[in-house]
Design a protein around this ligand. Structure first.
Ligand code: G3P
Ligand code: CA
Length: 329
């Protein structure tokens, strides 16, 4: 009996060691670290997806303020453009899901973002949806939270005079011809892109990301010094295959790939690593997922819970997360 138990334990240990070795060989995490270093991106990257969006309305002042105070490495945002040519931070194609558009502009619920002026968007509220949907995380201060312009996100990022890093997605760029030029122009004006790329920041102060390789190509011409990450979903892999995606990314001079969590397999990540690409996975909010996907080779995560990822990576919070949350009334 004891002998049999011993055999089982030894077998399990051997299998675990072999599995770990196999995953390490497949995923090549040391090459992921090298790819991050080459692009001036911190290895084990903490990307606050739409800000600390588990805790506050996504892409709002509070979501970015929390992520910044806690110390996430990057504030993530989706850039789109209003009818009157203002770049804004907003994820969806329409306003229906997270704003009170149906009461402010009845009949326009499903109209595209680009059909609204900035003055119209500023009449909308992001807080009511959040407070109603997540009563346990609701805050009085979130009422009347407004959609932000890119410049306002930068104001938050630069509030203490430093350049707080941004990870910016051109969202549905085909809808917004010329948005790459406008984005680069604003970032240059605001000090995020400089001629000598020296912003006195220890790592890349801005990263571009897109599901559209054409947009990344354009950005590579407009701002060659800014690292680019090619976002990937399952449909893209089914359509083109992983090898084509890697080739596209390399052709556009990308620093990395941003696959969905469902694509976080060690052999896929390893192939990206062997091609000099780092891998940031979206959108991951649970500790067991961080652990598993890190084991599978991920170099960083887009997360709505930057405080949890920082804990997992053993990175100290700049300010106590609890204090930051409690300070919001
Ligand atoms: O940008 C990374 C990740 O955010 C992509 O997904 O839909 O949240 O923009 P989405
Ligand atoms: Ca995004």
């Amino acid at each position: 009996m004891v002998r049999n138990a011993g055999i089982v334990i030894v077998t399990v240990i051997i299998i675990a060691i072999l599995t770990d070795a196999m995953i390490t060989i497949l995923a090549r995490p040391q090459l992921g670290r090298k790819a991050c270093n080459a692009a001036n991106i911190p290895y084990k990257t903490v990307i606050a997806h739409r800000g600390a969006s588990y805790w506050a309305p996504e892409e709002s002042y509070y979501a970015y303020m929390i992520a910044k105070e806690v110390g996430a490495e990057y504030l993530e945002m989706d850039v789109q453009r209003t009818k009157d040519d203002v770049l804004i931070a907003f994820h969806d194609d329409t306003l229906m899901r997270i704003t009170n558009v149906s009461s402010v502009f009845p009949g326009r619920e499903n109209d595209p973002i680009k059909s609204f002026t900035i003055a119209e968007l500023k009449k909308l509220d992001l807080g009511k949806w959040f407070n109603n949907t997540y009563p346990d995380r609701s805050k009085k201060s979130y009422n009347e939270t407004k959609i932000l312009t890119l410049d306002e996100v930068i104001d938050i990022a630069k509030a203490d005079g430093t350049i707080y890093p941004l990870y910016i997605e051109t969202k549905s760029p085909d809808n917004y011809p010329g948005i790459e030029q406008e984005l680069v122009a604003i970032l240059a004006t605001r000090g995020y892109i400089t001629a000598n790329t020296n912003t006195n920041h220890p790592y890349a102060p801005v990263i571009f990301q897109s599901f559209e390789i054409k947009s990344l190509m354009l950005l590579s011409q407009l701002a060659p010094g800014v690292p680019r990450v090619y976002l990937i979903d399952e449909d893209m892999v089914n359509d083109k295959g992983w090898d084509v995606i890697i080739e596209e990314a390399k052709k556009a001079g990308c620093a990395g790939l941003g696959p969905s969590g469902y694509l976080g397999w060690p052999w896929l990540i390893g192939k990206a690593h062997r091609n000099g690409l780092c891998v940031h996975i979206y959108t991951v909010d649970r500790k067991w997922q961080f652990r598993l996907l890190h084991w599978f080779g991920a170099d960083g995560f887009f997360t709505n819970r930057c405080e949890l990822l920082m804990d997992y990576y053993d990175k100290a919070h700049k300010k106590s997360f609890k204090d930051v949350i409690v300070s919001i009334k």
